[in-house]
Design a protein around this ligand. Sequence first.
Ligand code: ATP
Ligand code: MG
Length: 333
Amino acid sequence: MLHSIETRSLTKSFGDVTAVNDISFTVDNGEIFGFLGPNGAGKSTTMMILTTLLKPTSGNAVICGYDVMTNPKKVRENIGYVQQESTVDEYLTGRENLLLQAKLNHIPKKEINKRIDEVLQLIELSEKQDMTVVTYSGGMRKRLDIAGGLLHRPKVLFLDEPTVGLDIQTRRKIWKYIKKIHTEFEMTIFLSTHYMEEADQLCDRIGIIDGGKIQVIDSPENMKNAMGNEVISIILENDKNFDSFIVELKKIEFVKKINKDGSKITLFASNGTEVIPNVFQISAKQNIKITSISLTQPTLDDVFVSFTGHEIRDNDAGFNRKREHAKMKRLRA
Ligand SMILES: Nc1ncnc2c1ncn2[C@@H]1O[C@H](COP(=O)(O)OP(=O)(O)OP(=O)(O)O)[C@@H](O)[C@H]1O
Ligand SMILES: [Mg+2]
């Protein structure tokens, strides 16, 4: 068996909302595969189907050879799932949380302590294991969440936005642990993220998901190459009609793609230094004033724009909504 995950025409609707829309993809054994997409793209819904917590409206998914609909128990034995929201109990210690998790996962009694020591060491929480989680930082809580997902040594680990809301240093640390888990446990990892840099750093392949649809699947390298190796960002003086300007820009040799957002025009090109003089020539001819022009290497952000037509919105409203939701869950508990 070559694939750890395989979906065919997976679709999930909630009333009128099609959260996941006819998604087909495979993830190879041992691969780190990432879903990159904005709020509401359908990342968590897909993950919940793959982890047997939601039933698809149509289509199917197979994990480690087991169908999520007909063999959910076998699927659950083979996977670890670290949800977007923390599931640890704040009033227990780190170790107590893992003990609870080990029991829920039916880990043999005589194995439990060894397994807990192993995961605590892996994510470097051994020293803090006897402190209550209330005293943990956001990064430490996330590490504990991840440790809980590893206890039963799953073949496939699902990480739903493992670093959302954490500062950049803490995110980098979490990346380090994810890489370590990948090599030490030889796991297949499926993660979702809003962050370009995260997908670029961690993933062998990335699926860009937007509006419930996968827009493209490829390696970070190929994605960047497909758009040319340079990005020219042009800011124009005012936001008037630049249609004829864009028509002419499209004719320039080496220009592969153009995106327009208000008075900002982004050109994806294979030979930027040749393109820039042509841009100035056309703007002079059409009497269009350029405020600034810059030449950079494409980032995954640029890739997202080129495939979806808009930038990734790291939407504060969405984030706050989630925080509220988490708070409610804690209050109810
Ligand atoms: N239980 C539900 N009932 C109704 N609509 C839902 C439900 N769960 C998700 N949705 C909708 O489905 C769409 C996809 O949501 P999903 O949570 O999968 O997105 P996401 O990519 O994980 O977003 P985020 O980055 O905010 O976590 C959204 O429009 C969301 O409002
Ligand atoms: Mg989500």
